[in-house]
Design a protein around this ligand. Structure first.
Ligand SMILES: Nc1nc2c(c(=O)[nH]1)N[C@H]1C(S)=C(S)[C@@H](COP(=O)(O)OP(=O)(O)OC[C@H]3O[C@@H](n4cnc5c(=O)[nH]c(N)nc54)[C@H](O)[C@@H]3O)O[C@H]1N2
Ligand SMILES: Nc1nc2c(c(=O)[nH]1)N[C@H]1C(S)=C(S)[C@@H](COP(=O)(O)OP(=O)(O)OC[C@H]3O[C@@H](n4cnc5c(=O)[nH]c(N)nc54)[C@H](O)[C@@H]3O)O[C@H]1N2
Ligand code: SF4
Ligand SMILES: [Mo]
Length: 805
């Protein structure tokens, strides 16, 4: 399909199922892009904006994005520069897309829901559902109903209250959170849930950086990264493992560019040569507009999936061998060095080379670079966290940092790059299925009730509990539980078992169309919009990946007159459900719904590091939360020191005839929200049903480049999961590895395939084989649109050869 057609159609308003004629298997293969961003990124931002918001709204909205007086980008969690270093356009292409998605003029109003039954909407793709636009009124799908019907807020809250009051045990309700919720929303939410009597607070972190939180808490005493933006600028060396910043944290490239211009070097560790890591055309500078970008990564280590644990252990061994250990730091601030040294002295290089797929010389070279660097930053994201041995791998990254004292000094540190814009803040505010004792005590003191002590369900255990019929009510503060979770078929079946689903959402998504007995949608304001309550214009606060907390104020007119902010919705829901219970005796839900400053006063009293919260967030640029290792090399572990941990090396191998498959993001999506069908930097366009495979593996497995296959995942218990009609394209990924898109391929991730120690689904290493398309009728239960058997129309015969550099 010619590019122009697609773009034009995207700009057209529509009322039926949009783009119903897109064949997701009809993928164009172009050349991979050599540089990220540049003029094209500016053009795409403006196009998307104007297409969804119109020209005036686009200009007015984008100019407030990430400005001190404006709203925080709802895209990723990358921090903003200091107020004095912000440019006029402090955003990226994908931030602009996220904004356009929220500030769209399309409306999924009651007329829309009257026109399309839930059964019909269930056949729409994620892309089509998102295009429906903003939900404007509370909508209820009654038991036995075919369509969502509008209800008043009072009726909506009464439905939730009745359901929650009717449960035998508060643990029969589960309250999910996605990382876009503000600190205020998150704080009131966890307060409500705990006052109601459960710690069932799973969140998207459980599927994201949970492995990081677990590993860092054990190693350095706090589950957060230790660097600031300034450290990135000043580093001599930055290692980026398992992350694709060009797509997922685009403004990180500006920070990396600064580092390179100051003489720093960047190393990418990734099975894929991701465009943004290789070269960057800064769209905010003239030379970026004319395509004279900066070369970023000087070294690229094409690692095998799951190989990071072995790589970093080998690096640690080589640093010791080279005498490149900061003994003052190690003696003064760490424990475990001697056992670690003994362990890595016996390093089995055969295993390292098998696990990483890298030549030894390349690992030695990186060790030399580390040894030569006085200031190293270690960045990582989903390629590292969503692995079976992720917790151990992150401890190995930490070990390497600790050996050289690369923590708590300028230009150095640990930098897990968070996903959702406020995912870190939600945890800080207490959204966690584990309730720490100090937080529990603070809640008791502030609100006078005894919080539950039992650990709640994380995401995977929520699904298991649903399967056992133990979840009656599932509430979602944002997010898209149905699409984001692994093992789609099992999840859909599980979701259908609940009595009541409640989703606080901005736009329709898969979760709304996989209902249990009853399903309620509570529509909320987004970050771009004015939130005006009886007490006036409300601001919200958020925390980025580097622990900076600041205010965000929306200024656009709300998408509809009935919409309210998330804190209002949650506080009202709480009032209706438990307002008359003894636990609420000292909680003024109404005051918090009316004036978010009341919530911030409680945050100041309960959340560590948040004293004088109102005053501190009101400063331009806000404030930075304390981080003891960063601030003073203080490690709040049981030993009072940073722990250098010993881990056995794991080698992931797929059986003969199989590959390891990772599921990842394209350049045109935000998690389960699909903006479009192209993956520009990877040179793939027009469809998402593709699997990227190394050309030698294509040959060895007897596959044909450009053909459609059914992809079958095989799990240790003998069970198989299938997606149908995926086009194999030759792509420079590591040998033995393949890549396909999330969320479509979540079907293939077995529920029990989780990381040791964090229970994070292993979305980045699933064992798969390929079967001729159509040979697997093993029904994969999912909605037809999710796993559509690739249509037989337009079988492209002339797929261009894919170039490998
Ligand atoms: N535009 C946009 N921005 C986003 C998001 C989005 O969907 N769209 N999502 C947000 C969220 S919630 C998150 S968590 C982040 C995600 O940000 P990323 O972690 O960058 O997301 P993924 O697309 O999952 O990419 C994983 C990267 O790790 C590599 N990788 C996979 N397995 C391995 C491995 O075993 N070892 C190594 N070294 N590398 C590996 C992959 O090739 C890929 O480059 O982005 C956030 N920002
Ligand atoms: N196979 C596989 N699975 C994965 C991953 C992977 O890489 N591979 N990544 C995992 C990761 S890192 C994450 S973080 C999760 C993401 O899981 P989720 O956070 O659950 O999913 P999202 O797609 O980010 O949620 C999008 C929905 O949020 C709602 N929304 C958008 N803005 C707002 C708002 O302002 N307020 C409210 N209330 N709702 C809003 C919209 O209705 C939208 O449909 O998925 C995980 N699942
Ligand atoms: S880098 Fe992330 S937070 Fe910054 S503008 Fe882009 S999407 Fe938004
Ligand atoms: Mo994430």
């Amino acid at each position: 399909m010619p590019e122009n057609n697609r773009v034009t159609r995207m700009l057209e308003p529509w009322r039926g199922a949009p783009e119903a004629d897109v064949d997701p298997t009809d993928v164009d293969v172009h050349h991979r892009r050599k540089a990220a961003a540049g003029l094209e990124a500016v053009a795409v931002s403006m196009n998307r904006g104007i297409g969804q918001m119109g020209p005036l709204r686009t200009l007015n909205t984008l100019r407030r994005l990430n400005q001190t007086e404006g709203f925080d980008c709802m895209g990723c969690a990358w921090p903003d520069p200091d107020p004095e270093h912000r440019s006029f356009a402090e955003f990226c292409e994908n931030g602009a897309k996220a904004v356009a998605e929220e500030a769209t003029k399309q409306r999924a109003d009651p007329a829309f829901f009257a026109q399309h039954s839930v059964a019909e909407l269930a056949t729409w793709s994620d892309f089509q559902l998102g295009r429906a636009g903003r939900i404007t009124e509370p909508m209820l799908l009654r038991e036995g109903g075919t369509h969502y019907e509008p209800v008043s807020w009072d009726e909506a809250f009464a439905v939730v209250a009745d359901a929650l009051r009717g449960l035998d045990n508060p643990d029969e309700a589960v309250f999910y959170t996605s990382g876009r919720a503000s600190n205020e929303a998150a704080f009131v939410y966890q307060l409500f849930v705990r006052a109601y009597g459960t710690n069932n607070l799973p969140d998207c972190s459980n599927m994201c950086h949970e492995s990081t939180s677990v590993a860092l808490a054990e190693s350095i005493g706090i589950g957060k990264g230790s660097v600031s933006l300034q450290d990135i600028h000043e580093a001599e060396l930055i290692i980026i493992a398992g992350q694709n910043p060009g797509t997922n944290h685009p403004r990180m490239l500006s920070a990396l560019e600064k580092c390179v211009q100051g003489g720093g070097r960047i190393v990418a560790v990734n099975p894929l040569p991701e465009t943004g890591l290789i070269k960057f055309d800064n769209p905010q500078k003239v030379k970026g507009l004319v395509g004279l970008g900066t070369d970023l990564a000087t070294e690229f280590l094409p690692i095998r999936l799951g190989g990071d644990l072995a790589l970093f252990q080998a690096l640690g061994a080589l640093l010791i061998e080279r005498g490149a250990v900061d003994h003052d730091f190690v003696d003064g601030h760490t424990t475990g060095y001697e056992s670690y040294r003994a362990h890595v002295a016996d390093l089995d290089w055969d295993e390292v080379l098998k696990a990483t797929g890298l030549p030894r010389a390349q690992i030695e070279n990186l060790a030399d670079m580390l040894a030569a660097s006085n200031k190293t930053v270690f960045c990582w994201a989903m390629g590292v966290t969503q692995q079976k041995h992720a917790v151990a791998a992150i401890k190995e990254i930490t070990n390497v940092a600790l050996l050289q004292g690369n923590i708590g000094k300028p230009g150095a540190g640990l930098c897990p790059v968070r996903g959702h814009s406020n995912v870190q803040g939600d945890r800080t505010m207490g959204v966690w299925e584990k309730l720490p004792a100090h937080f529990s005590d603070a809640l008791r003191q502030e609100f006078g009730f005894d919080p539950p002590t039992e650990r709640g369900h994380d995401v995977v255990n929520t699904i298991r509990a649903m399967q056992e019929g133990k979840v009656k009510v599932l509430v979602g503060l944002g997010g898209n539980f149905a699409s984001a979770t692994p093992d789609t078929d099992a999840v859909f079946e599980a979701l259908r078992s609940v009595d009541l689903g409640v989703q606080i959402s901005t736009k329709p998504n898969r979760t709304h169309v996989i209902p249990g007995k009853q399903m309620l949608i509570l529509p909320c304001l987004g970050r771009t919009e004015k939130d005006i309550t009886e007490a006036g214009w409300q601001g919200l606060t958020v925390e980025d990946s580097m622990s900076d907390v600041h205010l965000s104020v929306g200024r656009n007119e709300p998408a509809g007159p009935m919409l309210h902010g998330e804190p209002w919705i949650i506080a009202k829901m709480a009032e209706a459900a438990i307002g008359d219970r003894p636990e609420s005796a000292s909680i003024d839900w109404a005051a918090m719904a009316q004036d978010y400053r009341a919530i911030r006063r409680h945050i100041a009293n309960v959340v560590p590091g948040c004293d004088a919260y109102e005053e501190k967030v009101s400063r331009p640029g806000g404030f930075t939360l304390p981080h003891p290792p960063r601030d003073g090399r203080i490690f709040e572990t049981p030993s009072g020191k940073a722990e250098i941990a010993v881990n056995p090396i794991a080698v992931l191998e797929a059986p003969e005839g199989h590959l390891l498959l990772q599921t990842l993001r394209s350049h045109d999506q935000f998690n389960t929200t699909i903006y479009g069908h192209d993956d520009r930097y990877r040179g793939l366009a027009g469809g998402r049903q593709v699997v990227m495979v190394h050309p030698d593996d294509i040959r060895e497995l007897g596959l044909t480049d450009g053909e459609l296959y059914d992809v079958v995942s095989v799990w240790t218990d003998g069970s198989e999961r299938v997606v149908h009609g995926y086009r194999v394209v030759s792509y420079p990924t590591s040998r033995g590895c393949a890549a396909a898109y999330y969320p479509e391929c979540n079907v293939l991730v077995p529920l029990d395939h989780t990381a040791e120690g964090s229970n994070c689904p292993v979305s980045k290493a699933v064992v798969v084989r390929f079967a001729p398309h159509g040979s697997c009728d093993a029904h994969s239960g999912s909605e037809p649109s999710r796993v559509s058997s690739g249509s037989d129309r337009s079988h492209r015969s002339e797929v261009e050869p894919h170039h490998l550099s």
